[in-house]
Ligand binder design. Structure first.
Ligand SMILES: NC(=O)C1=CN([C@@H]2O[C@H](COP(=O)(O)OP(=O)(O)OC[C@H]3O[C@@H](n4cnc5c(N)ncnc54)[C@H](OP(=O)(O)O)[C@@H]3O)[C@@H](O)[C@H]2O)C=CC1
Ligand SMILES: CC(C)(CO)C(=O)C(=O)O
Length: 298
């Protein structure tokens, strides 16, 4: 898509939370010499170890010019609500999470000069205590969601290239979100329910389930106007299973640590959309119910 002239000044970035992806991004900013601060639930500075580097992050101070919000899908509305009074009049906000983005309410709560973005990433990060590791080299797709974001294309793209790049800029994030949704719908619930790593899903017993999940997702995606090729998705899911064989999915980890999962924004979104288009998705419906049951028990 068209870009602004390369004269936009660098923005000063704030990262929300002290999660794995947020600290990966903040560390990469810091190691590249960019100023970056953290917005935590309780305002404070933070010291971490990122790979072999001890890093210190200052506590965020308003007004916030540019904010990366890599929180779980269900935590986004409250996080944005808390940020609103601290935002600069022309602040840029970048949401980043798994599952489908729900941005209508956020867009209407911003003032006309405040930009909203979505970034989806295949980077992997793990936080254990105060140590953060970059567990999977990935890439990201970034999209402006309103006119105020389009005025800052170059500055935000450059920053996200540092934080979670390499970044591809797109005018429409939805095809990319459906693609990632299909991968997460196939892997996350099965690993959570069977308490296994991603690699286990290569076993023969899981193949009919993966095929059916994807067949259902492809039908819904097509009805929603974002067609996915079933054979390509099946191959992609097998690739992700192989490439992340030793990893535990985010949903498996959430269940294992008795945390809320992102099932509502992944399988839940598929089931809701299926109902809208009158499509039967029996396996995704069953997986949604099973994960919700497991989550409520935890
Ligand atoms: N980790 C990974 O490798 C990958 C993750 N993703 C996705 O990226 C998103 C983030 O992942 P991850 O970093 O693992 O998630 P985490 O849950 O580890 O990190 C989110 C952080 O944000 C904090 N937070 C939430 N709400 C607020 C708030 N209102 N104010 C301040 N802090 C807040 C959380 O705090 P608290 O714990 O107190 O709620 C937590 O520290 C998820 O959607 C995930 O699925 C995508 C690709 C890879
Ligand atoms: C791609 C996958 C399944 C990698 O584990 C993931 O995104 C997750 O765990 O949420």
């Amino acid at each position: 898509m068209a870009q602004n002239s390369p004269t936009q000044p660098a923005l000063s970035w704030t990262v929300v939370g002290q999660g794995a992806i947020g600290l990966l991004a903040a560390s990469r900013f810091k190691l590249a010499g960019w100023p970056v601060q953290l917005w935590l639930r309780q305002p404070a500075a933070l010291d971490i170890r990122f790979e072999q580097h001890p890093l210190h992050f200052n506590c965020a101070t308003a007004p916030l010019a540019a904010v990366l919000i890599p929180v779980k899908s269900y935590a986004v509305p409250a996080a944005v609500q808390a940020l609103l009074p601290a935002l600069a009049p022309d602040a840029q906000l970048v949401l980043s999470h798994n599952g489908m983005a729900a941005t209508e309410h956020i867009l209407s709560s911003l003032s006309p000069a405040q930009g909203l973005w979505f970034l989806t990433t295949t980077h992997g990060a793990l936080k254990q205590g105060a140590t953060v590791r970059h567990t999977g080299q990935g890439q990201s797709v970034l999209s402006p969601l309103n006119a105020a974001a389009k005025n800052q294309l170059l500055a935000v793209q450059q920053a996200m290239d540092i934080a979670l790049g390499p970044v591809t800029l797109t005018g429409n994030i939805l095809p990319f979100l459906w693609h990632k949704l299909a991968i997460n719908a196939a892997i996350n619930p099965l690993t959570a329910l069977n308490n296994c790593n991603n690699g286990e899903l290569a076993k023969a017993q899981y193949q009919p389930l993966i095929s059916q999940i994807l067949a259902e997702v492809c039908q819904v995606a097509e009805a929603a106007g974002y067609p996915l090729q079933y054979a390509q998705m099946l191959e992609k899911v097998q690739q992700v299973i192989q490439n992340t064989a030793a990893n535990f999915s985010s949903m498996q980890q959430d269940i294992a640590h008795s945390r809320r999962t992102e099932i509502d924004a992944i399988t839940g979104y598929i089931v809701t959309q299926a109902a809208r288009y009158n499509i039967a998705v029996p396996l995704n419906t069953q997986l949604l119910q099973q994960v919700l049951q497991l989550q409520h028990r935890g």
